[in-house]
Design a protein around this ligand. Sequence first.
Ligand code: TRP
Length: 362
Amino acid sequence: MGKIILTGDRPTGKLHVGHYVGSLKRRVQLQNTGDYDDIFIMIADAQALTDNSDNPEKVRQNIIEVALDYLACGLDPEKSTLFIQSQIPELCELSFYYMNLVTVSRLQRNPTVKSEIQMRKFEASIPVGFFTYPISQAADITAFKATTVPVGEDQLPMLEQTKEIVRKFNSVYGDTLVEPEILLPQNSACLRLPGTDGKAKMSKSLGNCIYLSEEPDMIKQKVFSMFTDPTHIRVEDPGKIEGNTVFTYLDAFSTPEHFEEFLPEYANLEELKEHYQRGGLGDMKVKRFLNNVIQAELEPIRNRRKEYQKDIPYVYEILKKGSEKAEEVAAKTLSEVKHSMKINYFEDMDLIREQSEKFKED
Ligand code: TRP
């Protein structure tokens, strides 16, 4: 059995640095190891519509934004298949059959769905499509026989649900589907990068995200207004690292090479942290360093994005080709699923023979 990656994002906005350290950067690294037989990266427009049904234009406009962000980060259409979820009708068909394997109460217990329902104030009026999106996500993953799903921590419950569906399917209908493994970011800062204001959730409406396509002066402005340690008032005061957004971002982004290049008086982040905690290190100096680090990381991404932006028809061509390839793979899995479920009547010679015999007796 090969090693196959499937992952994706909802197209509800441009991608930001949280997406980048949480998953995108890793995807590109995995792509470039050459260890995987196939890599599928999906723009989950159908899933985005489950809680944006009244705003299809938002989803429609953001497909290209996400595609550009993918290409800008270094996802290479020669190595990874980029595609659009809604263009693969087989995913709906798989979801429909998987629905029989999941109970309402199990869906109600899904922590991600639970918190999203609260966040969106759906409560008594939850759209059925939204409520069942973990099932459709299981279809996304299993359609490609994915072994590896690199995503953020918030997706853990989805992966659990997928595994349960796979086990249930295989035990009822015979071995057909592959159980996937989640691949989480290695370091805890990348697991949950806070907004620039220190709030746990990055969101467009809070204005606390740094986008991958952000221009240098905006990056600078956002870094310099970042939340730090409010009790660290004078440079000589000892400062706290915990909950200090600037240090969380440094945990996520900085490398020893960055120190060599931009802050050679410290060997690494540990030394910088020690100095800050001891006192005598001002916020401005740390922010200046973080700004250099993020600028260095985002500059090539922004430039590559601008190149792709010059040829939008080409980007759609990439998505179309990718969707065609993805559909072929999904169709093959669907046919195996129908075979296992014995709903492949016209190919089932045994059934036809058996029933011919049966009715001969009358
Ligand atoms: N739920 C993911 C998100 O909110 C998007 C997604 C849809 C996905 N289907 C998937 C991720 C399958 C990984 C695998 O961003």
